[in-house]
Design a protein around this ligand. Structure first.
Ligand SMILES: Cc1cc2nc3c(=O)[nH]c(=O)nc-3n(C[C@H](O)[C@H](O)[C@H](O)COP(=O)(O)OP(=O)(O)OC[C@H]3O[C@@H](n4cnc5c(N)ncnc54)[C@H](O)[C@@H]3O)c2cc1C
Length: 470
């Protein structure tokens, strides 16, 4: 039997794609930055099927690319050009195994779409706090493999903080059942942590136990115009103190981001009558403080007195609040029609954010005079999407040719502040060879040793995350 026939034996007709045309959606990604070729796409329905596929791949030394919702922004889910790799898509593994309302957990297959899990939690009077722009497509297995962040990390933590247990198919096909819902368990190495953020290089996550939280009864957002970036940090401190730490999100939004959304996305208008350079979108949540808008007004009033607030709007309806969140979520897409954009996803200590922006803007103006800085994101976590956009009228490719120089400059500045070159999106193909610039030899060596121990044949997402060996 051929390899393809053996895979078909395992997954059936519906679980196999070999036609190059039908594979297309699995071979390129959201930004069109990476494309590749694959031998086939396998779509198993159960953990046993995943295990059988991985066993076969181990026997034949066939490399595997685990793929979730394929929303990776670093090329982690895309195969290389060899055409040898098998894409193992978790798309058909989307069963809810258990909802435990007493213990506050969900046990779900890795292929469940994030937005569906949010709805599931909501249906049971709970909430699942991971909120990211790709939530309609990305899968919980992908979120765990990238330790995804998002807008509520400030209050609830990263994906890592939501995971209690995992089920993983290891690179030899063995199944590790670590599906515990225990909140305390000190019995040695916490093995699940290796796979969280492991970007599919150590095994395939097939199921997880995640925490759900009591749903806040009340939620209120405000769009606040501020004089400068430093004011955003000061506002966060003030809001946390006055609200008893009820700030669940705070996002930095520059003037240009609002202008791009209004220009390039239908049905948006400028939310404020007057134009300001910097804004924050702040959200308070509570189940005890009913009148959050009054609390927000008090915070804003003190903000005015301290000259860290210039103007604000507090939407009256849920629909208006949602519109402000949509404005924030549309920023990424609104840059696309403007040409080339060089994306960064850095983090620095919160106190250094304004300094970082100032240093990076100054350095980049010297490299590409007239570039347009689109700098936004999760300021409460020190995480910025620092996305220089090409100068108006410049040739897109000529701008993008500067990618390496620009990124190196931006990452060096973040690193000089003991920051990170990847706060959320991970390493994938895009940043793997930059890792040695920013991690010690000891760390890189430890990573290689863990990979060698778990995947000695190097078949699990090879060429991703780990830098090439010297
Ligand atoms: C519009 C947009 C907005 C975004 N916003 C955010 C944001 O706010 N915060 C954030 O953190 N990210 C964000 N992202 C990036 C991306 O959505 C996240 O990294 C997400 O967690 C990836 O999930 P996925 O299911 O699409 O995984 P994929 O893209 O399919 O895969 C990502 C990586 O995980 C591996 N993988 C996938 N599933 C498994 C599995 N079951 N077992 C083992 N390995 C697996 C893949 O091999 C790959 O290396 C955004 C992306 C887009 C397009």
């Amino acid at each position: 039997m051929t390899f393809e026939q053996q895979i078909k034996e395992i997954v059936g007709d519906k679980g196999l794609i070999t036609d190059p045309q039908d594979m297309q959606g699995y071979l390129s990604e959201w930004r069109d930055k990476y494309t590749g070729k694959a031998r086939l796409v396998a779509l198993p329905k159960t953990t046993d099927e995943v295990s059988a596929i991985v066993r076969l791949c181990a026997q034949t030394e066939t490399p595997i690319v685990p793929q979730g919702g394929n929303t990776s922004l670093v090329g982690g889910s895309i195969p290389f050009d060899s055409g040898n790799e098998v894409i193992l898509s978790l798309r058909r593994m989307n069963t809810v195994r258990d909802v435990d309302v007493k213990g506050g957990t969900l046990t779900i297959d890795a292929g469940c779409i994030l937005a569906d899990l949010q709805t599931l939690a909501d249906d049971h009077g709970f909430m699942f706090p991971l909120r990211i722009g790709s939530e309609g497509s990305c899968q919980i297995g992908g979120n765990i493999s990238t330790n995804a962040g998002g807008v509520q990390v400030l209050h609830y933590g990263n994906t890592r903080d939501q995971v209690l247990g995992l089920e993983v198919v290891l690179p030899d096909g063995e199944i590790w059942d670590g599906l515990t819902n225990l909140r305390k368990n000190n019995t040695g190495y916490d093995l699940k942590q290796l796979f969280i953020g492991g970007e599919g290089t150590l095994g395939i996550i097939t199921a997880a136990v995640v925490k759900i939280y009591p749903k806040p009864k009340y939620q209120q957002v405000a769009l606040v115009a501020i004089p400068d970036v430093e004011a955003a940090i000061n506002f966060l401190g003030l809001a946390r103190q006055l609200s008893g730490d009820q700030v669940t999100a705070i996002e930095l939004i520059p003037r240009i981001a609002i202008d791009l959304v209004v220009k390039n996305v239908p049905n948006f208008s400028d939310p404020m009558p007057q134009k300001y350079d910097w804004h924050i979108l702040v959200e308070l949540s509570s189940s005890v403080t009913e009148n959050l808008s009054t609390l927000l007004e008090e915070i804003l009033e003190q903000g005015f007195e301290k000259e860290i607030v210039l103007d604000a709007i507090i939407p009256a309806s849920d629909a208006q609040q949602q519109k402000l969140w949509s404005l924030r979520e549309e920023i990424s897409g609104a840059q696309k029609p403007e040409g080339g954009s060089i994306k960064h996803d850095i983090s620095v200590p919160i106190a250094r954010i304004a300094d970082f922006i100032q240093q990076a803007d100054t350095a980049l103006q010297k490299i590409i005079p007239g570039f347009r800085p689109v700098t936004f994101g999760h300021i409460g976590d020190g995480n910025l999407h620092y996305n220089p956009l090409q100068p108006e009228g410049m040739d897109k490719q000529a701008f993008l040719d500067n990618w390496e120089t620009v990124s190196r400059t931006v990452h060096d500045i973040a690193h000089s502040m003991r920051g990170s070159m990847s706060a959320e999106h991970g390493i994938g193909r895009m940043k793997k060879n930059d890792l040695p610039l920013y991690k010690s030899e000891v760390e890189i060596d430890l990573m290689h040793r863990i990979k060698d121990a778990l995947d000695p044949q190097n078949i699990m997402n090879p060429g991703k995350l780990l830098p090439d060996r010297k």
